[in-house]
Design a protein around this ligand. Structure first.
Ligand code: FAD
Ligand code: NAI
Length: 472
């Protein structure tokens, strides 16, 4: 039995980053991970690297390139007749990116002297000051501190259990061996829209069935409205306020019986069905009950603002705790906890976590939405500027969308920034930095922005808060 300063359970972006940061700070660390890949081989990196952020972005890029070739290049005078997509090659490229990165974590662990253990870890009680952590296979390790970073798994819809072939979760949807002709998706959230976009661009007829009456309720309402318009125009059929009555499979097809927002019975037949109705925290097998680890009503590990659990020296980070289920949030919490364990002042402000959707156009935001400010009774000013009036966006041929900045009416402090448009995922970082430094909209307005760049739309939106845009 080996003893460590810290045992990290889970090697996703929460766990592997926490383990590396602990090691950087001079702590001895073991990281136990149960993740396996499609070949049943241990694979570090969690959901993000194996079946989440990285493979989805690889397919989004490939499919967007295909759409550009087949739809957009003609406007540049470029003809690419008979362009075809080789799905097998596209998947091989995606798989190579994934395996390079998961292998990269193996190397990073070696470099930082993090001991990597394969298996499912369970909290097995205490020996004095040390926590005992049992790993499947019989091994046991002990550590003064434990960081739980066990992530999340797809929520199963009772009417449509996953079969890995016709009814699939995110992992299956990232690996269709050919483009389905008719693709149904239950849940028009982030996964539904990103992966629905991938397969639509490659030729699938995509229909999304969404239970909520409002589209993308977490986004700013105006952004959500524009997104719904644009995605509809692209060909995604999105039905809101639906109820799923039943799902049945026959002869390689899947039939979904659903009710529309008026309650009228509808039927949808598809070749594949993706169910993407949110994710549930991964706490089974952890031994929570036996050691008295408190879970909240949603089954997440209960933590305070420093990710401390109900147990002494046991922390939890990432998807398994409250807050948005995002890789960068998980990593930042991992860093915070490592620094707290090492005696430093760790900090992670959940108000500064950007939300990003890698659709086309991309959607990104940070801080409060207009509807949140209204609900909280905060007096605010808004400034907005369209990509259509931006030279770089015109050159790119990507003119859909806008930037909206919300600032406190009295102090001018920026409270929220909302972007729908090209490279919103990159542009939002300027806004995150502005919020992190408590910038005012005037600070952004007085910052020199390079020309011609997409970031000038942020500059003009800041000028718009003071009603002094130059270019409209
Ligand atoms: P995970 O990444 O889920 O890792 C948890 C690890 O713990 C896994 O390896 C698991 O096997 C292991 N584990 C679980 N229980 C045990 C146990 N008892 N013992 C040992 N090991 C255990 N987020 C973004 O920020 N940007 C994106 O673009 C993005 N795209 C996504 C696309 C898809 C399709 C999906 C599904 C998710 C996406 N996410 C994205 C979300 C992101 O993947 C998660 O927020 C992130 O992976 C959470 O990190 P984590 O470390 O908390 O958990
Ligand atoms: P989600 O929460 O984004 O969307 C799920 C959708 O399913 C919601 O709109 C919900 O109303 C709907 N829904 C729930 N039950 C339903 C039912 N019975 N019938 C029809 N619709 C139903 O969750 P999703 O898309 O599964 O993704 C999980 C998480 O993964 C996200 O919350 C996000 O945190 C993360 N993710 C992040 C990405 C990014 O950062 N770009 C990309 C993909 C996933």
């Amino acid at each position: 039995m080996a003893d460590f300063d810290v045992v990290v359970i889970g090697a996703g972006p929460g766990g592997y980053v926490a383990a590396i940061r602990c090691a950087q700070l001079g702590l001895s660390v073991a990281c136990v991970d149960a993740g396996i890949n499609a070949q049943d081989k241990p694979s570090l990196g969690g959901t993000c690297l194996n079946v989440g952020c990285i493979p989805s972005k690889a397919l989004l890029e490939s499919s967007e390139n295909f759409e550009r070739v087949t739809h957009d290049f003609a406007a540049h005078g470029i003809s690419a007749d008979n362009a075809r997509i080789d799905v097998t090659k596209m998947l091989a490229r995606k798989n190579k990116i994934v395996s390079d990165f998961t292998q990269g974590i193996v190397q990073l662990f070696k470099k930082n002297k993090v001991v990597s253990l394969f298996g499912t870890a369970q909290l097995a009680g205490r020996d004095g000051e040390l926590w005992r952590v049992a790993v499947t296979g019989g091994e046991e390790v002990r550590a003064k501190h434990v960081i739980i970073a066990t992530g999340s798994t797809p929520r199963v819809l009772a009417q449509a259990p996953f079969d890995g072939a016709t009814i699939v979760d995110n992992a299956g949807a990232l690996s269709f061996s050919e483009t389905p002709k008719r693709l149904a998706i239950i849940g028009a959230g982030v996964i539904g829209l990103e992966l629905g976009s991938v397969w639509r661009r490659l030729g699938a007829e995509v229909t999304l069935l969404e239970a909520a009456p409002a589209f993308l309720p977490a986004a700013d309402e105006q952004v959500a409205k524009e997104a719904l318009r644009v995605f509809g125009k692209q060909g995604l059929k999105i039905h809101l306020g639906v109820q799923i009555d039943g799902v049945a499979q026959a002869a390689g097809e899947v039939k979904i019986n659903w009710r529309d927002v008026q309650g009228a019975a509808q039927e949808l037949v598809a070749d594949k069905l993706i169910v993407a109705v949110g994710r549930v925290p991964n706490t089974h097998g952890l031994g929570a009950d036996a050691v008295g680890l408190k879970l909240d009503a949603a089954g997440r590990v209960e933590v305070d603002e420093h990710c401390r659990t109900s147990l002494p020296n046991v922390y939890a980070v990432g998807d398994v705790v409250r807050g948005p289920m995002l890789a960068h949030k998980a990593s930042e919490e991992g860093v915070m906890v490592a620094e707290i364990i090492a005696g430093q002042a760790g900090h992670c402000d959940l108000n500064l976590v950007p939300g990003i959707m890698y659709t086309a156009p991309e959607i990104a935001w940070v801080g409060k939405t207009e509807q949140q400010l209204k609900a909280a009774g905060v007096a605010y000013k808004a400034g907005q500027f369209p990509f259509m009036a931006n030279g770089r966006a015109r050159a790119l041929g990507e003119t859909t969308g806008f930037v909206k900045i919300l600032a406190d009416a009295a102090t001018d402090r920026i409270l929220g920034v909302h972007i729908i448009g090209p490279m919103a995922s990159e542009l939002i970082q300027q806004a995150v930095l502005a919020l992190a430094f408590s910038a005012s909209s005037e600070d952004l307005a007085r910052t020199i922005h390079g020309h011609p760049t997409l970031s000038e739309v942020i500059h003009e939106a800041a000028l718009a808060v003071d009603k002094r845009t130059i270019h409209i």
